[in-house]
Design a protein around this ligand. Structure first.
Ligand code: SF4
Ligand code: SF4
Length: 192
């Protein structure tokens, strides 16, 4: 190495050092963006569409809209959702499968959103509640239908809707009368 090259390398080293110090000095006076979490928990702005965990949508009466069709379970690419159903007697001689337990494993969810997109009744959504950390993996497995199931009771709503067609049943053909012999009994009772 010549004397010239020696001094050039020293100059480059000093120049590099000054460049680094300039960056450090600039950051020293710029406004800080550090989140003071969890002290600022109340003022945190979490984007609405942030997908933190799956949840049921309950209305003000505590009812959800899941019809246990299993569409979300089938479309989940990694088996995060498990649905069990039970047969419920509708009281008219028919039975219907209703949701028993809706299990969601947050630990295996990839937040792809396919379950929400394919739900025909918009019964589920993603919450942006990001504080889902836990020390136990089992705690990540959640039952989403956690409220007492009162979906069996709205059956009267269907019963109330049925009386409307009754006039049509009387006016129309006996074919329907044959299909619903119980209605005849009811009508007789009413007439009596
Ligand atoms: S977001 Fe994707 S991975 Fe998570 S439960 Fe829904 S379908 Fe499954
Ligand atoms: S959450 Fe939606 S897609 Fe899943 S079982 Fe219920 S109604 Fe069907």
């Amino acid at each position: 190495m010549s004397i010239k090259e020696y001094f050039v390398s020293i100059f480059k080293g000093i120049h590099s050092l000054l460049q680094g110090m300039a960056v450090t000095g600039r950051e020293l006076v710029t406004p800080k963006v550090t989140e003071q979490y969890p002290e600022n928990r109340d003022s945190l702005q979490i984007p609405e569409r942030f997908r933190a965990t799956l949840q049921f949508i309950y209305d003000e009466n505590g009812r959800h809209k899941c019809i246990a069709c299993r569409s979300c379970e089938r479309n989940c690419p990694n088996g995060t959702i498990t649905i069990t159903t039970r047969a419920v007697d509708l009281g008219n001689g028919k039975k219907k499968n209703k949701l028993d337990v809706y299990t969601y494993d947050l630990g295996s969810c990839t937040f792809c959103g396919l379950c929400v997109q394919t739900c025909p009744t918009d019964a589920i959504e993603f919450s942006n509640d990001f504080e889902q950390a836990t020390f136990r993996r089992e705690a990540l497995v959640k039952q989403l239908n956690y409220l007492p199931d009162i979906d069996d009771e709205p059956a009267p709503a269907q019963t109330e809707a049925k009386p409307a067609p009754e006039p049509k049943t009387e006016a129309s053909a006996p074919a329907q009368t044959e299909a619903k012999p119980e209605n005849n009994d009811n009508n007789d009772d009413k007439q009596a």
